[in-house]
Design a protein around this ligand. Structure first.
Ligand SMILES: [Zn+2]
Ligand SMILES: [Zn+2]
Length: 871
């Protein structure tokens, strides 16, 4: 048996021997490409090389983590579809081409993987005679299938780089085909398994559709590790390979079932084992369950997996345990998984628990909906309602359908689809509120040179002006606009650091810069409010940031690095940064941890950070290679993508010995040059942000000092208000609290005494053989009203009905109580009160021996008369 790890390793070594550089897998979260939610192919991280924008590497090989949701409905039902998979690929950027790609592909499969030649066949694009002739040297012509553009021609988009592809297919033989007369390895059925796709990118397509040969031709290949493992190990489906089997075995134990004994159950187990791998890797790459974007996809996956378990009648959280299984299978290749295993399990568990609760809520809501529909004697539920359940509570429509079927009901699917469509419209991918398509308005001006690491101002030229999303020649007077310049000292919001503010001016005009953002392609956008005259494209200007503000940002940024380090020291290495915000006023730091930090921990963090400030440590910036930085132990952000050369911020430590640093972090932000400049650090809050995340808010420099001053002022005010000194303020407040409570008690007693003493307003009547007591009082609260009634009751012992009336402005409330013996005999207070309030136009109700209510003020004589008439 050839285990997956050696297959992966053999592949990389094979191409390394052919002078390829091994590039580690990129994160599942691609950066710099807002059109992509997830890394879906090995090529994604090489896009720049591919387009010839980045030279230097011409042959690379990788095993890339990939995630796709396009086949989600097929997963588990077919032997080969997966959401998360690993893609083996070799790439050539303007170096070797078809001949080598084809020959090496064949060599690797037949020699290194020992796949039988007679089981393999290939496809080529129908017009690609070059590929056909190359394959002819290797395999018999009858094994070369010419296919159409649909399957064998690749393009990046409607225009741009494109080219034919060639696939290597594993033929599992006629006997496993569909049996049709024309069944072949390229039939639609499961007979042939595409294992390796070779893309020959050789053309550039223009607007008219014309193909021009590219000066630099590229090779881009992709082979699913899971599929390869399947054929190498002669398995029937990917779930039987070593990548999945340990997960399946664990599921067999959890659900007490046997894999392979029931087709329907097998599908459920397949789906869960696929999803749990995706969940583990996505979480490890920094995705947290949420209601939008990537987080939503993750949430859907978790819910989908939990839902499969529900179909197996399993209602407990289980996925989180399985993530450990995934970690143990994959940690050899992806060491990050092991480091983050606790976070992954915790995040999964919280989400599972939440969903199981949601399912219960959903079922209750659905039951109510069903009742309503049944009352109206209809048999169709509104599609909008089903969508609401789905969208708001994540209640799966197929589950709704099942439950409805039990009641012989259905729902309006058209309405459901309609509701879904309009929700999708709203949720369409956007970039800071700008539709992706519109980003080109900015990008056409080309990247901006950033000079703000060294300088606070620059002499620049205006390259473009954008107003309301449209490129214009000049700004209006006193108008807002977005200005793009050739070089800028303004830092654009990124990595959690706020964009700079400041001003832009020329000899005649000036404008305030209110914010700076940048597109993923590196175009800086300065939002301005013109204050004098106007600006035009081509103007020479001075760009000047607000220095005080920037300095405050830099203090907060550098101290964020110190906080990150101190946090890990105090709560543990699992406390990884999951987000941050650095502004002139404060900093916010989000991290993964599962319980509140106590006072002692927060104090320790504060102390560690402040001691680094007192030590006046130098802050040095240097550039190095990503691998080197990792070796030094530099902290990198959860799920962040870094280039080959990385900017590293080092605090303290011995010159040229990064390992000795107090903090070492990959970061593109701006920093002060010595920790002494931070002045002072103060944590002001620590709270939960859900899904296993915590948030610390803190201040540095002036805002920290102001905070302390404000706290001090408040303390002084308190001393003044309580007329005490600081040293006995605490005692003073304690004694105030105590006497407050005593006073309240006294007041209550007094009130009661006064009330019971107000005999004057009490009338007593004898009716039949019991007493009716009517007591009227004014302006007391409802609680006291009841206790007055009880008090009177206790005083009279037996044979009495007591009515207490309380008047407040034009409203009157009442309480009626009766002694036990009366209630037991013929007078039921609850039925009495019904008539009583009806006569007076009041409202109220009660039990056999007690009632309350009220309404508009009514004359006491009338009330008494009504009572007498009813008894
Ligand atoms: Zn077939
Ligand atoms: Zn930073």
């Amino acid at each position: 048996m050839s285990r997956p790890d050696p297959i992966r390793e053999k592949f990389l070594r094979f191409f390394e021997k052919k002078n390829h550089t091994i590039i580690p897998s990129d994160s599942l979260v691609p950066s710099g490409d807002p059109t992509l939610l997830f890394t879906s192919a090995g090529m994604v991280q090489f896009k720049k090389y591919f387009l010839g924008e980045n030279k230097g590497l011409s042959r690379v090989v990788s095993c890339q983590k990939c995630f796709r949701t396009s086949d989600i409905d097929e997963i588990g039902r077919t032997p080969r579809h997966l959401s998360f998979f690993e893609m083996l690929g070799n790439f050539s950027f303007g170096d070797y081409f078809k001949k080598e790609a084809i020959e090496w592909g064949w060599e690797f499969l037949t020699k290194d993987m020992s796949l039988p030649e007679n089981k393999l066949c290939v496809t080529v694009y129908k017009d690609d005679s070059e590929a056909y002739d190359l394959w002819k040297q290797i395999v018999p012509e009858k094994k070369i299938y010419k296919l159409s553009e649909k399957t064998n021609f690749w393009s990046m988009g409607p225009t741009g780089p494109c080219g034919p592809c060639s696939e290597i297919i594993f033929d599992s033989g006629e006997e496993s085909g569909c049996g049709k007369k024309d069944c072949s390895p390229v039939c639609d059925c499961d007979r042939g398994l595409e294992i390796w796709n070779l893309v020959f990118t050789q053309f550039d397509r223009d607007n008219s559709g014309k193909l021009t040969p590219l000066p630099r031709k590229n090779i881009d290949t992709g082979m699913g590790l899971e599929r390869l493992s399947l054929v190498v190990n002669k398995k029937k489906n990917v779930f039987e390979t070593d990548l999945f089997l340990p997960i399946i075995n664990e599921l067999e134990k959890t659900f007490e079932c046997k894999y392979g004994s029931n087709k329907k159950n097998d599908i459920l187990l397949n789906i869960i084992s696929d999803h749990v791998r995706a969940i583990t890797f996505l979480t490890s790459d920094g995705v947290l369950p949420s209601n939008e974007g990537r987080g939503y996809v993750l949430r859907r996956l978790i819910r989908r997996a939990v839902r499969q378990a529900k179909l197996l009648d399993y209602n407990e959280p289980f996925l989180y345990k399985l993530t450990n299984k995934v970690v143990s299978i994959m940690k050899g290749t992806y060491s990050d998984l092991y480091i983050r295993r606790e976070n992954i399990a915790m995040i999964t568990k919280l989400e599972e628990e939440k969903f199981i609760e949601t399912l219960d809520v959903g079922i209750n809501m659905l039951n109510e909906m069903i009742e309503k529909v049944q009352k109206t004697k209809k048999n169709t539920l509104s599609g909008k309602d089903v969508f609401y359940l789905h969208n708001t509570y994540g209640f799966p429509p197929e589950l709704t359908e099942e439950i409805l079927a039990e009641h012989k009901l259905t729902y309006n699917e058209e309405e459901f689809i309609e509701a879904q469509k309009s929700a999708k419209e709203i949720a369409k991918t956007s970039w800071r509120g700008v539709k992706v398509a519109d980003i080109n308005v900015y990008n056409k001006f080309g990247p901006t040179e950033f000079v703000g690491y060294e300088k606070f101002s620059s002499e620049s030229t205006i390259k473009g002006i954008v107003s309301d999303g449209i490129s214009v020649d000049s700004t209006g007077e006193n108008k807002t606009a977005e200005i793009i310049i050739d070089k800028t000292p303004f830092y654009a919001e990124s990595g959690g650091q706020a964009g700079d503010k400041g001003r832009i001016y020329s000899s005649k005009a000036s404008a305030e810069v209110t914010d700076t953002q940048k597109t993923p392609e590196g175009v800086f956008i300065h939002s301005v409010k013109v204050t004098k005259d106007k600006f035009s494209v081509g103007d020479k200007i001075t760009a000047e940031i607000d220095i005080e503000q920037r300095k405050s940002i830099m203090r907060h940024h550098t101290v964020t690095h110190l906080l990150h380090k101190a946090l890990r020291e105090v709560v543990g290495g699992h406390a990884a940064q999951s987000g941050s915000l650095v502004s002139p006023e404060r900093l916010r730091f989000d991290f993964t941890h599962f319980s509140a930090l106590d006072k002692r921990q927060l104090d320790r963090i504060e102390d560690i950070v402040n001691s680094k400030i007192l030590d006046c440590l130098p802050v040095k910036i240097f550039y190095t290679e990503l691998n080197k930085a990792r070796e030094y132990g530099a902290m990198a952000l959860f799920g962040e993508k870094y280039g080959e050369r990385v900017r590293t911020v080092m605090v303290g430590g011995i010159e040229n010995e990064p390992k000795t640093a107090s903090s070492l972090e990959l970061c593109g932000g701006t920093h002060i040059s010595n920790t002494g400049e931070i002045g002072y650090f103060k944590i002001i809050s620590e709270s939960s942000i859900g899904s296993g995340g915590r948030r610390i808010e803190a201040l540095a420099g002036k805002p920290a000092m102001e905070y302390v001053r404000r706290s001090e002022e408040m303390l002084n005010e308190l001393c003044e208000m309580t007329k005490s000194s600081r040293s006995d303020l605490k005692e003073r407040i304690e004694s105030l609290n105590k006497s407050q409570k005593e006073l309240e008690k006294k007041a209550e007693n007094l009130q009661r005494q006064i009330l019971s003493g107000k005999k004057a307003e009490r009338a007593e009547y004898t009716i039949k053989n019991f007493k009716l007591i009517v007591q009227k009082i004014d302006n007391i609260d409802e609680k006291t009203l009841r206790s007055v009634a009880d008090e009177i009751k206790n005083g009279v012992q037996s044979n009495s009905v007591i009515v207490v009336l309380n008047q407040k402005d034009d409203k009157m409330s009442f309480v009626i109580v009766a002694t036990q013996d009366v209630a037991k005999k013929d007078i039921k207070i609850d039925s009495l009160v019904k008539e009583f309030v009806k006569e007076l136009n009041w409202s109220g109700g009660g039990r056999e021996d007690f009632a309350q209510g009220g309404g508009k003020t009514v004359d006491i004589k009338k009330i008494t008369a009504v009572l007498k008439s009813l008894l």
